[in-house]
Ligand binder design. Sequence first.
Ligand code: AMP
Length: 396
Amino acid sequence: MKILVINAGSSSLKYQFMESEGGEVFAKGLCERIGIDGRLTHKVPGREDVKMDIPMPTHNEAIQSVLDIMVDPEKGVISSTDEIAAVGHRVLHGGAAFTESCVIDDKCIEAIKKCIPLGPLHNPANLMGIEACQKIMPNTPQVAVFDTAFHMTMPPKAYIYAIPYEYYEKDDVRRYGFHGTSHRYVSARAIDLLGNPAHSRVITCHLGNGSSLAAVQDGKCMDTSMGLGPLAGFPMGTRSGDVDATILEYLMGRYGYDIKEMLTILNKKSGVLGISGVSSDFRDLDEAAAAGNERAELALEKFSYEVRKYIGAYATIMGGMDAVVFTAGLGENSKEMRERICTGLEYMGIKLDKEKNNTRGKEALISTDDSKVKVFVIPTNEELVIAMDTAALCKK
Ligand code: AMP
């Protein structure tokens, strides 16, 4: 089925038009500066990229411009929007209500709206994308695929926070986890590569600008590093990961920050950027560390140290591990970071093959033949998961 996959942000909208079986991408692109002026970048494999300034006061005009260029006789890839069988939307927060993807109807929209307090930055933007598509393509089925859904198999001991229980009962405060479509895709692929054993223990490391780990046992998520929101876990590009809450009170008292300012510091000025003062991009950090910048080196050390702690913890809760998977921008591309993380874990059965690890951006087994734990690089493909879920639900 030909599916249009939409990932709507507050002022941007990414799209990919693709085949749900096999994943062939016919066209993809990005609308930027929605609500400001509007710019469209449209890419078709084998053709030159198209960049156009198009007024986009709202997401409606953004979606309309995507449809217009898709049917354009020169720049397009289809003759009519009827060729779009369905639209799949990435939605950040599904709360505990959504354990899987769902066809968008009034009930689903209400439930996504209910999750706005849990995903205040993303869910309203995701809804704008959904509502624009409903308005412009009223007869095309729409499906929501949630970043949180894969993690809903976590047991209570993994998702409960040790604060008064009433906040869980009354206010839905619990661990939700994110990057679920990515963890789901790469863990399923790893289980395939392991030969589909009856039992499997896979640790998936989604390492990008935002990063998280998941412990996946027999294909089900048992624990994950992000929490109620995507700030939790280990340090990321600009996010702090878990911090002692006492730090908030201490810095807010010392500098007079309000909670918004404090969260901006933790979300945008922390992580490896905060430690290094150099960059949130690991390529810049590698370069700076190689040139002798000690704080860049410390940031890389801290990042790998915390990831290693999670690997140890997740191996423990699953009673061992059969595979570790690296994915996303950093995980797929940085042999240096993979080596930092795996070195010293031989006692746990992880033996990295330095030559095999010298790979970028493609699926590979990077552990030695005698490594008890298989280490894989598996490029993630969240759009394909969204397209496949959308097609499956529409066929139903
Ligand atoms: P993502 O959020 O998955 O798009 O990942 C983006 C991040 O991946 C960038 O911020 C970089 O830090 C990192 N990255 C991409 N390519 C490389 C590379 N070759 N070496 C190190 N880091 C990389």
